[in-house]
Design a binder for this molecule. Structure first.
Ligand code: NAP
Ligand code: ZN
Length: 368
């Protein structure tokens, strides 16, 4: 089914979405650069389906499978170099958020030969628009299929930066819940927590609109239905709910951006290997508690939690415990991570703005 209420990309949703989108995909180009991670595009069934569609339509392709979790700028650049050498005129990204974000970056580099790697974080009017991009997610978390963000890790792995422009949306997205069935439980949980984090952080953002709050609220309710009884085997209905919710939560953050749990989570992902969504979830309890101090935060959390039928305290506690992460982080390392958080623009994106001392308290409480 074609999704009509998200206008960022042309989105097809459902287990037959790829064939429903075939007439559009065949207009994207004649030779595709297919960007994937190591295994997920094959294990999920997405790559064989895409290869079949391309062959049926006389479109050739070359595959770059060098994307890893938290994709490095260099891997995106390398993928684009392959695509350029092979004469590709559009990009297909199949995989989790890492592959889709890498596909967005490769589409930029391919359209801008001669640009340096780091130029992607300072796109100006002199740069060309990226090549067309088809996004096929195999996780249900980031919502990258419905937004303009591409979160990339600087070479060396110390920091994440976001590439985003008015043209960095996928041209077409195919969201097929069955491609998420093969996800291991660790990532099913982490990606669901990520989509939930997008919903709550977007809902509390001062930049939210009536529409973004509607996207955020509908996805939060559906994800909470699954998370409140976690763990449990996920059936097809749950998978569909999670894929749909991740997509709407992704559209919500396209309007608002995320809040401080995201930049706080990046340090745990890059430094300690905690998957992205689980890392953010650890900080949602603090996000809720501090925002409850403000009148506006209490009002918004009252609406949000009321509609999930859970108290703010119970919600925070559940989100913090679900990842099952136990870490010790020393004071010096915590101070270094905090400096990076302070430099992130989304750190101030909620009614309550944390002080440095409060961030320190959060790290002590969670990781002493
Ligand atoms: P991911 O990093 O893309 O994938 C995590 C792991 O799951 C990888 O090992 C991947 O394998 C595997 N995997 C993915 N789908 C699978 C499937 N269907 N079956 C089996 N294995 C599967 O995870 P993600 O949480 O979707 O993406 C996280 C990245 O997105 C981070 O870099 C984060 O910063 C970014 N992000 C972006 C946005 C945005 O709006 N653009 C929002 C939030 C987060 P392979 O290595 O084989 O692919
Ligand atoms: Zn996220």
């Amino acid at each position: 089914m074609k999704i009509n209420d998200i206008r960022t990309s042309e989105i097809y949703f459902g287990n037959r979405a790829l064939s429903e989108a075939e007439h559009v995909i065949r207009t994207l180009g004649k030779r595709a650069l297919v960007v994937t991670g190591r295994n997920s595009a094959d294990e999920s069934g997405a790559y064989p389906d895409i290869a079949g569609l391309l062959e049926r339509n006389g479109i050739s392709h070359v595959r770059y499978s060098g994307v890893r979790e938290n994709p490095s700028v260099s891997s995106c650049f390398e993928g684009a170099e392959l695509g350029r050498a092979e004469g590709c005129d559009f990009v297909i990204a199949a995989g989790g958020g890492s592959a889709i974000d890498a596909g967005k970056a490769a589409a930029f580099y391919l359209a801008n030969p001669g640009s340096a790697r780091e130029e992607i974080f300072n796109v100006t009017g002199d740069h060309s628009r990226p090549l067309p991009l088809l996004a096929v997610p195999t996780t249900a978390g980031t919502g990258s299929e419905a937004n303009r963000y591409s979160v990339l890790t600087e070479d060396g792995g110390a920091k994440k930066h976001t590439y985003k422009t008015g043209y960095s949306y996928p041209s077409v997205s195919v969201v097929c819940p069955r491609y998420t069935y093969s996800m291991p439980e660790k990532y099913s949980l982490s990606t669901a927590l990520d989509a939930f984090a997008h919903s709550i952080e977007s809902y509390l953002s001062p930049k939210s609109t009536e529409q973004s709050r509607e996207y955020a609220m509908s996805s939060a309710s559906a994800i909470w239905d699954v998370l409140k009884d976690w763990p449990g085997p996920l059936n097809e209905e749950d998978r569909e709910k999670l894929s749909r919710s991740a997509m709407y939560a992704g559209a919500a953050i396209d309007v608002t951006g995320t809040g401080f749990p995201h930049p706080m989570g990046y340090g745990l992902t890059l430094g300690y290997g905690v998957p992205h969504g689980s890392a953010c979830a650890l900080f949602e309890d603090a996000f809720i508690r501090y925002n409850m101090i403000t009148k506006e935060g209490r009002r918004l959390l009252g609406e949000f939690c009321g509609s999930l039928n859970v108290s703010p305290e119970e919600l925070g506690d559940r989100l913090m415990r679900l990842p099952g992460v136990e870490l010790h982080i020393g004071q010096d390392t915590a101070e270094e991570l905090i400096s990076r958080v302070e430099a992130a623009s989304n750190f101030r994106n909620s009614p309550y703005i944390l002080s440095r001392g409060e961030m320190s308290d959060i790290y002590k409480r969670l990781f002493k």
